[in-house]
Design a protein around this ligand. Sequence first.
Ligand code: TPP
Ligand code: MG
Length: 341
Amino acid sequence: MNAKSVVQTEPKHKQVGLTDAEVVDMYRYMVIARKFDERNLLLQRAGKINFHVSGIGQETAQVAAAFALDRQRDYFLPYYRDYGFVLAVGMSLTELMLSAFAKADDPNSGGRQMPGHFGSKRLRIVTGSSPVTTQVPHAVGVALAAKMQKKDIVSFVTFGEGSSNQGDFHEGLNFAGVQKLPVIFMCENNQYAISVPVKKQLGGRVSDRAQGYGFPGIRVDGNDALEVYRVVKEARERAVRGEGPTLIEAMMYRLSPHSTSDNDLAYRTKEEVEENWKKDGIPKMKSYLIDNGLWSEEQDEALSKDIHQQLKEAVEAADNAPFPKPEDTLLHVYANEGEEQ
Ligand SMILES: Cc1ncc(C[n+]2csc(CCOP(=O)(O)OP(=O)(O)O)c2C)c(N)n1
Ligand SMILES: [Mg+2]
């Protein structure tokens, strides 16, 4: 036996700083997010919920990014497809189902906002609004506060590549660059802005724009969980060292239609969608875990059964929960005497 053949290289997850348990946990969240999403599509078709904006095809990058952050202390400004992200930072399936069913106990908005408009004081998820990319300058504001208060935390914000062409994106990035703020911008480049393909949206790369604002821009394969984890972790380390923002462009593909109101085959082919299913990051992660002796088909089946049960309970709880009262419509819209702001 020569010396070369006994040299064992560490598996990639250890090289990037993840334990065996963490990388398995990461995969679990990806599968939970996928199954949550699929269930919502069914519930909408069955007439149980009104609307769903799907994140299918984007969970890998979302969950990997969450794991690279300080999930107990950082601030999060996710966008409407980020079910994987919010689940990984602690939102429960029941909470998300309460939102899908627009029930009074929905922690995101008490059933007032469309689903996918996340907000949780407990989880430091800053509430977002429907005009796309308005969360970018908000995230920059949170980072400015963190810097002024000398806290070693970051704010993390996501958005689509289509929205990255709006003013809010550029104003936010410019200010963050000037002030060297601890903010991580992650573009989930899913190749479409509703029906508009990426080649009609962008003349160059989203990641290259960071150069114009004086900080690093990195393009990463969004279907590669460990790579996304690595670059977000590095961005976080830079930010808390006081070296400023990072722009990350995670490349992926929106596997489902834009929303349940969209017929995607009016502007793209079935073949194109099928081709992109082959790049899905979730089965890739499963194979990685099996190849490294961390997972088995039996465990995968048990996980599916467990999630099925959890979803059943979450749907039942949300379906049976009360709707908001009509007389509560103006609560939290105008300041009420004695109400905590
Ligand atoms: C300011 C604004 N303009 C238009 C819309 C309508 N709209 C909602 S989602 C969307 C597409 C955004 O595409 P992208 O940023 O790539 O995100 P994706 O939906 O692909 O994840 C548009 C145009 C909006 N919500 N806000
Ligand atoms: Mg897009």
